[in-house]
Design a protein around this ligand. Structure first.
Ligand code: IVH
Length: 678
């Protein structure tokens, strides 16, 4: 095909449009077209370039991933050294830094506070608006040329967005912004990290220890194809040479964002040290919710003039410091490994630790997941181990500190019998867990009852683990159905059970009989049926009798219910033991069907999605959820553009900010009540 002026123009238009959508998607997180429409634009461009190869330019969005690097990396000297930051670990040190700044400047500076991304520092150079070089920090003076990999990171623009800035009418000519160096942190988001490590595990390759190592390893890979597949991202945090016409760091960041560079949205301009420490504090508990790792905050003097006055040492700028969050990992001694028997008989090894403080609480137990994990991580009793609080509440043992071994540590061996009932343990093919298959194993009985009475299930207050153990011990209950046949006089015979507590317990048991059907469905412990699946099932099939009659096809045709859950439900009703359980519940008059729902016109929230944040004065979270659902609405845990309302109580969290950013309606408690007409 001959490249006619029309084709040439179409190619240029397509590139501009694709670059714009890349920006909306990768930098602003706010796409304005569907993935499909985007793919169609790229496809069209690819086809035109294929037919008219003379039109291909290196900055075309189709040309991100180039050829593999041969012969190793070229060293590049940084024109301006890439310094590091002095670390501080307490608020007091931040105030001290502020006093120092005020003393040296003779005035009160403003500060920019940013997240400190745990990744790999890089420098990017743009000439005439085109990305020409990407370099690692190296030793601060000389780094490696990793341009081939930098180009493969989709959130890094190959071309800066000039038109857009023109449209926003900057005071200074756009040309000032086309020849720039910017620095930032290449990171591997937590999701990509897990995906990459899962893949490596399948391929029997050594796992990356953390997202930072994974990002570093990926940037040093010779093949950009690999980089492109690993989902790296970037946050730009500095321009080492002040941009012409710009006086402050904050304005610089905002402009860098406008020309297409990915700047983190949580940058804050602060007027005082108090504001700085408050902002740092506010991130301490929230940092775990971020989709990438941060290890602290960075505090920078905003004004370039003041930065210059303060200067730098050979290692650090004097105008900035890092505030490091307290560690999420600590080391302690693994004293013993015990085995816990779960509700379904799964055996979980649990680490007994020398108690140690970790982000606010004292930890003396941590999960070891399963025997394979212990073997894979080579964890031995007596080891000094790293423990970590991940997304879960239960801390886990990460790895042993091999250097601290004395030779006396003992490798763990899975016993062949259940530690509680001594029946033989089995392991099914393809499963990692060992199980105790004795349904009557006292540990399993106890766990099943604990599951039945928990808050999300029948919510029977006063039936904690200790009371349940007492009841089993006294042979008053053998399974959860017996709870409904407990007699007052027998309960009174138990230790620490006086009149009042027995009354309360019997009241709670009585009350539980009328709880929603989906809770009962969850409580009876059908394998794989969690609270969410139970809700879906109860919504479509509204009684236990109908569910018993439902076929695999009936159940698996319910949206979001997969074949594993469906099969498990069908199997459950085939087992005579379970039918006996249901019979006993029915006899006790436990609710086994969905209440007749209000007709549509009485369910004014039908089709509306709510997200809750902060605390409401009038209702608990659970009550609020029930209220919304009873009126036809849905409660989701995260904010998206599809959210209709974010209900913000006192001290709302990051969901509130996200709602503001996405333009989702936020309503307070009063407005919420008005909406519900209560
Ligand atoms: S500004 C002159 N801002 O932390 C130093 N650095 O130990 C300017 N880092 O080498 C650095 N997040 O790679 C800055 N928001 C942020 C950062 C950040 C992470 C890294 C950076 C630097 C190291 C300092």
């Amino acid at each position: 095909m001959h490249a006619t002026p029309e084709i040439k123009k179409r190619v240029e238009d397509l590139r501009r449009e694709i670059n714009h959508h890349n920006y909306r998607y990768y930098v602003l997180n706010d796409p304005v077209i569907s993935d499909y429409e985007y793919d169609m634009l790229v496809k069209e461009l690819e086809e035109l370039e294929e037919h008219c190869p003379e039109l291909i330019t290196s900055d075309s969005p189709t040309q991100r991933v180039g050829a593999e690097l041969t012969g190793g990396f070229v060293h590049i000297e940084h024109k301006i050294p890439m310094l590091s930051l002095e670390n501080t670990y307490s608020k007091e040190e931040i105030f001290e830094f502020d006093r120092r700044m005020q003393r040296e400047l003779g005035s009160k500076p403003k500060y920019v506070v940013e997240l400190k991304f745990d990744g790999v520092a890089v420098s990017l150079i743009y000439k005439k608006g085109k990305l020409v070089q990407g370099t690692t920090r190296g030793n601060g003076f000389v780094g490696d040329d990793v341009t081939h990999n930098i180009r493969a990171i989709k959130s890094i623009p190959l071309t800066l967005l000039t038109e857009k800035v023109r449209a926003e009418a900057l005071t200074y000519p756009i040309e000032n912004l086309m020849n720039i160096e910017v620095r930032g942190e290449v990171i591997m988001p937590k999701g990509s990290f897990e995906r990459v490590n899962r893949k490596r595990e399948r391929e029997n390759k050594p796992l990356f220890a953390n997202p930072r190592n994974a990002a570093a390893g990926t940037l040093k890979h010779l093949d950009p194809q690999v980089t492109a597949s690993r989902g790296l991202d970037i946050f730009i945090h500095t321009a080492p040479v002040p941009l012409k016409g710009y006086n402050t760091h904050y304005d610089t960041l905002m402009t860098l964002k406008k020309i297409g560079l990915k700047v983190n949205p949580d940058v804050k301009l602060c007027e005082s040290a108090e504001e700085v420490t408050n902002y740092c504090d506010s991130w301490e508990p929230r940092r775990r919710d971020l989709p990438y790792e941060v290890d602290g905050m960075v505090i920078k003097v905003n004004s370039f003039e003041q930065q210059q006055k303060l200067g730098s040492t050979t290692k650090n700028p004097r105008w900035a410091i890092a505030y490091k969050f307290p560690a999420l990992q600590v080391t302690t001694k693994l004293e013993n490994i015990i085995l816990q028997v779960g509700r379904t008989g799964t055996i979980t090894p649990v680490a007994i630790l020398t108690p140690v403080k970790l982000s606010g609480s004292t930890i003396s137990r941590a999960t070891l997941h399963n025997a394979d994990e212990i073997a894979r991580k080579d964890i031995r009793v007596g080891d000094t181990v790293f423990i970590e609080k991940g997304g879960e509440v239960i801390p886990e043992v990460v790895k042993p500190v091999i250097e601290k071994r004395t030779g006396k540590e003992k490798p763990f061996k899975m016993p062949s019998t259940c530690p509680v009932c001594e029946s033989k343990l089995v392991r099914y093919e393809g499963e990692v867990a060992w199980r105790c298959e004795n349904m009557r194993c006292p540990a399993q009985v106890q766990r099943r009852i604990e599951h039945f009475v928990q808050r999300n299930a029948m919510d029977i207050e006063g039936l904690g683990g200790k009371v349940i153990a007492q009841l089993i011990e006294a042979r008053l209950i053998k399974d959860f159905t017996d709870i409904y046949y407990l007699k007052r006089e027998n309960l009174l015979k138990l230790e620490r059970m006086a009149d009042k507590s027995v009354d309360n317990l019997l009241d709670a048991i009585e009350k539980s009989k009328t709880c929603d059907f989906h809770r009962v469905l969850f409580a009876i412990g059908i394998r794989y049926v969690g609270i969410h699946a139970a809700k879906l099932l109860a919504e479509k099939i509204n009684s236990i009798d109908k569910l018993k009659e439902a076929s695999f096809e009936d159940i698996s045709s319910i949206p979001e219910i997969g074949p594993v859950v469906a099969q498990s439900v069908v199997d459950f009703f085939k087992d005579p033991k379970n039918l006996k359980v249901l019979k006993k519940l029915r006899k006790a008059e436990v609710n086994l069907k969905t209440a007749v729902v209000a007709p549509f016109r009485m369910r004014p929230l039908t089709g509306k999605t709510f997200v809750l944040t902060g605390t409401l004065v009038s209702f608990t979270r659970d009550e609020t959820t029930r209220l919304i659902e009873s009126l036809g609405g849905r409660v989701s845990s995260s904010v998206s553009k599809k959210t209709d309302y974010v209900v913000a109580g006192e001290s709302p969290g990051s969901k509130y900010d996200k709602a503001q950013k996405l333009g989702v309606s936020t309503i307070d408690e009063k407005e919420f009540k008005e909406l519900l007409k209560i």
